[in-house]
Design a protein around this ligand. Structure first.
Ligand code: GDP
Ligand code: MN
Length: 325
């Protein structure tokens, strides 16, 4: 591949910047998922990053093994940082009643919901909701691309997606939207409404519902959550969005309510509801050109111009996002 090829970006915001982008891949992963994450990183390098050399930040609630660090580092010439997640970002806050949490896990497990009885999954969702963007290894960056083990990236991406985000004033990029298991978030929406009532100073800073994506998540005229969310296993977004006072107040309010542990609030509905509330519609970007598979679901661009860039079958495309399936 020719590294000297000029990068064409379409710009609506006017000034196209040329200073280096402060952006990285962020990867929360366990040592046991080494093979799966090698598969993902190899695809990211081949499809995108061999041209752009963005650094990676690997995070784990445990120490990465020397073998893990060595095998990952050998996949890329980009910088790779490995970090451990500290106790206050991965553990029970003092105000959580762990006995009650255990009882509630058993209640959810009886309903056959995925990860219903998993404590680590709850710590993971809380970390992805409220902490990854505050990990010291991310301080150097303004944008991130979240990647996971055992996913596929199907298409060549020959422009700088981070620069695209910046130049077009995009704050949140996604490519799959889906319905949440409502049993995992029964009190989330009411907590969001309570937050809005308790924090008018935040609500006053936010776009009007008609200018935001509020209606992407609001059901029954705003009385309930319609269960739509963007899948956060792929995310290209602004770190400032989550570092804002508005979001931090929102996250702290949710965290205090206890639903990360007493229910099983996912980072996907939390990010999606927050972004839908806090961003203007045109600050979202649908990355149609980034073909992607996570578990059984694939986003594959269907337009003929992608045929030579992508290895996925357009017939496998998950479908129309706006209805969120
Ligand atoms: P799913 O996509 O909702 O099925 O959840 P995953 O099992 O894929 O987990 C989401 C992300 O968090 C993946 O990148 C996992 O590697 C990571 N992850 C999940 N649980 C843990 C954990 O206990 N420790 C660490 N270090 N990473 C985790
Ligand atoms: Mn996953």
């Amino acid at each position: 591949d020719n590294l000297d090829t000029p990068i064409a970006t379409t710009t609506t915001a006017g000034n196209t910047s040329s200073e280096p982008m402060r952006a990285c891949f962020v990867v929360l992963v366990r040592n046991s998922e080494l093979q799966g994450i090698k598969n993902t990183v190899a695809q990211i390098e081949a499809r995108f990053n061999k041209r752009f050399q963005y650094p990676y930040v690997f995070l784990n609630d445990d120490y990465f093994t020397d073998d893990f660090i060595q095998q990952i580092s050998s996949l890329t010439t980009a910088q790779v940082n490995f970090g451990k997640v500290g106790q206050h970002m991965w553990g029970y806050p003092s105000y959580i009643n762990q006995t009650h949490a255990a009882t509630q896990r058993a209640v959810l497990a009886a309903q056959g919901i995925p990860y219903a009885d998993s404590e680590s999954y709850r710590h993971m969702c809380r970390f992805q909701s409220g902490f990854f963007f505050r990990h010291p290894l991310l301080d150097a960056y303004d944008y991130y691309w979240r990647i996971e083990p055992d996913v596929d990236y199907h298409c060549d991406i020959d422009y700088d997606v981070f620069r695209y985000m910046k130049d077009n004033n995009k704050k949140y990029g996604f490519n799959i939207a889906f319905r949440e298991y409502m049993a995992t978030v029964p009190s989330l929406w009411q907590t969001v409404l309570d937050f809005q009532k308790a924090h008018p100073e935040v609500v006053n800073q936010l776009p009007q519902p008609k200018d935001s994506l509020w209606n992407f998540v609001a059901g029954d005229d705003g009385q309930s959550y319609n269960s739509c969310h963007f899948w956060t296993n792929f995310e290209i977004a602004s770190l400032d969005l989550w570092r804002s006072n508005e979001y931090l107040k929102f996250f702290n309010y949710l965290d205090r309510a206890g639903g990360f542990f007493y229910e099983r609030w996912g980072d996907a509905p939390v990010h999606s509801i927050a972004a839908a509330m806090m961003l203007k519609k045109d600050e979202f970007h649908f990355f149609n050109d980034i073909g992607y598979r996570h578990t059984a679901y694939t986003h594959c661009p269907t337009e003929p111009i992608y045929r030579d860039k992508c290895s996925c079958n357009p017939n496998d495309n998950f479908g129309k996002l706006i209805e969120c399936q």
